[in-house]
Write a protein that binds this ligand. Sequence first.
Ligand SMILES: *Cc1c(COP(=O)(O)O)cnc(C)c1O
Length: 391
Amino acid sequence: MTFEQIKKADQQYVMNTYGRFDLAIVSGKGATCRDESGKTYIDFTSGIGVNSLGWGDPDWVKAVSDQAATLAHTSNLYYTLPGVELAKTLCQQTGYAHVFFGNSGAEANEGAIKTARKYSFDKYGPGRSTILTLVNSFHGRTVTTLAATGQDVFHNYFFPFTEGFRHTPAGDFEALKAAADSSVCAIMMELIQGEGGVIPLDPDFVHKVAAFCKEKDILLIVDEVQTGIGRTGKLLCSQHFGILPDITTLAKGLGGGLPIGAFMVTDQLKDVLGASTHATTFGMNPIVCAGANVVLKKVANEAFLRTVTQKGEKIRACLTCIPEVESTTGLGLMIGVKLKTKKSADVAKACLQKGLLVLTAKDKVRLLPPLTITDEELTKGIQILWDVLNS
Ligand SMILES: *Cc1c(COP(=O)(O)O)cnc(C)c1O
């Protein structure tokens, strides 16, 4: 099929829920991909923070292919090795006690919400089920995680939304304290708001919230769906803040390109969800977990994480020399670029034309390159961005 034929068939048969760019990607290797005409593009998106090892990492491909040939799926009624290995590594590397595997970020957050509500129900009885989240947050697209998301634009059409969510402004500890009445069982937040514009939380605010949660037996849930698994230069972004939240959720970068979500809980929460309180058909899928095992083995390594930080610094240093760039935000290879005059969507389109894939987040250009991106690919990508922003 030609590009025009693919585009036409997509519009004819696929639900029209995405504003797609004029590009059909047919193959990729590392941080470089090709369209159907053979034109190449440097990837500063990782498929929205998913392809942490880029495309076609040989170890990942081998693990996934071998597992597909060995045992692709069985139900969660039986034990399988890849998911057990993944759980063990995740817990050992992060300090959490137990992990539950689902299939997406929204589902991971749903599990965290269920855990928080049941913990509180078991201990305090009904009525203590409210979860505070932050204004401008993003937690997913299910009816419950939309309710959790602190942006009014998401609270349309699909009424009634799940009850029991309240939003307080990021960084305003007094407002949060005032909102945390006796009905509150948990506070959920991203440490760097991703979709909201790559906006990091103030560490002082985070520390105050963490201490407040401990004091009130309110659970702290940190949504690391975008920031987790090395993206910010640490395995978990919470390690930058020196906290271990009661629950951390993961998804995007964990599978290296296959769908996975996970929530991890501390020792005090490990028995909250018992038999038949939570389940999913596809969760802990052996192929997906085999891929994730390779990702985690590479990423959970000090030397590797240092390269992520260095690559991030290199991009930031280059960007700050561009007159059009007002500032950069984020940590490691999660980068927001605030522009002086240009619109982020226009910049993304112009970059695509010149052979660079970038994302946007509100008014910012958002860069989430594969953690394994080579120096050469980085330099090429930065050059294109430079050209577009200086034109
Ligand atoms: C992407 C994202 C989600 C939703 O993940 P899905 O896999 O699309 O359900 C939730 N929280 C954050 C912070 C995200 O970036």
